[in-house]
Design a protein around this ligand. Structure first.
Ligand code: PBG
Length: 323
């Protein structure tokens, strides 16, 4: 034998020397769920170990994340039922929970990269990402609201807006409104290849945002398709996206790789709520080692080509990496 592949697997030291993919805290984007109230910490029933926080606790959490080396958070808010409508009124309210959250976090942890979810579902009486007319989610009117919503996040101090709605033309509309208002340092992370996935279930529990009728298949992508993901992503880059995203992650590693090979902007992947809960459930049953699963999954997502990973395991991963 002239080639013995096991030589480079002999010891932990040699394995560490030749490891191709290494996770670091700045790979992670930590999603945060924010709710009204004071000193609230509510566990999300379908996401054990993950919480909705009131603003005061959110600020504490942001400080903790920053101290751990996590550079970025992605904000989601739970909107009170009485503020929901079919126009996204609360989404553009300068005193809305999201806008207040951005201001408080940027005040407390100014260096933290604050990313914000841009979509109407938490604000929608129908639980859809856009404005509903009859049985349809209407594109162009929605895009106009999403642009104004992005502007209000920028005005509150957001560093990066993250449209997750999958309407056509929204990246350009957002880029334009930011330019017109001199927010030339605000970035856009586009959920470019966002699939209509069953793995968002627990997230919709977290925000009480499940669609009231139908599903999201007329705007989110069919998981049978790859070419559509390439088309969507290339268009978003052309329209001005700074970062593109593939979502979910684990069932879409092929898409992450394909996109990574096609674009010259950073690629992020969202390891979504259902993917988190699957690990939690299996670990609780004693069927999986949670810690090992976390590191293996996140490393695979990075190996597939993700430069950034939005994950509910961000904190756990940093702790495990330091252990
Ligand atoms: C809403 C949005 C969703 C997620 C992020 N933004 C849910 C959906 O599209 O229904 C899912 C995140 C997760 O499951 O962790 N536009």
């Amino acid at each position: 034998m002239i080639r013995r592949n096991r030589i480079l697997r002999t010891s932990p030291a040699i394995r560490a020397m030749v490891a191709e993919t290494i996770l670091t805290p700045s790979d992670f984007i930590a999603p945060l769920f924010i709710t009204e109230g004071e000193n609230v910490q509510e566990e999300i029933s379908s996401m054990p170990g993950y919480f909705r926080y009131s603003l005061d606790n959110t600020v504490k959490e942001a400080k903790l994340l920053w101290s751990m080396g996590i550079k970025s958070i992605l904000l989601f808010i739970k909107c009170a039922d009485e503020l929901k409508d079919n126009l996204g009124t609360e989404a553009v309210n300068p005193e809305g929970l999201m806008q207040r959250a951005i201001r408080s976090i940027k005040h407390a942890v100014p260096e933290m990269v604050v990313m914000t979810d841009v979509a109407l579902d938490p604000y929608s009486s129908y639980g859809h990402d856009g404005i509903v007319k009859g049985q349809e989610i209407v594109n162009d009117v929605t895009v106009e609201v999403l642009a104004r919503m992005s502007l209000s996040h920028a005005q509150a101090g957001a560093d990066i807006v993250a449209p997750s709605d999958m309407m056509d033309g929204r990246i350009l509309a957002i880029r334009n409104i930011l330019e017109e208002n001199n927010f030339d340092k605000v970035g856009i992370m586009a959920y470019s290849a966002k699939y209509a996935s069953c793995f968002y279930g627990p997230f919709r529990d977290a925000l009480d945002s499940a669609p009231g009728f139908g599903d999201k298949k007329t705007y989110q992508m069919d998981y049978a398709n790859t070419k559509e993901a390439i088309k969507e992503t290339l268009m978003d880059v052309e329209e001005g996206a700074d970062i593109v995203m593939v979502k979910p992650a684990l069932s879409y590693l092929d898409i992450i790789r394909t996109i990574k090979d096609r674009v010259n902007v950073p690629v992020s992947a969202y390891h979504v709520s259902g993917e988190y809960s699957m690990v939690k459930a299996a670990a609780k049953m004693g069927w999986l080692n949670e810690e090992k699963a976390i590191l293996e999954i996140l490393t695979s997502i990075k190996r597939a080509g993700a430069d950034l990973i939005a994950t509910y395991f961000a904190k756990d991963a940093v702790r495990l990496l330091q252990a």
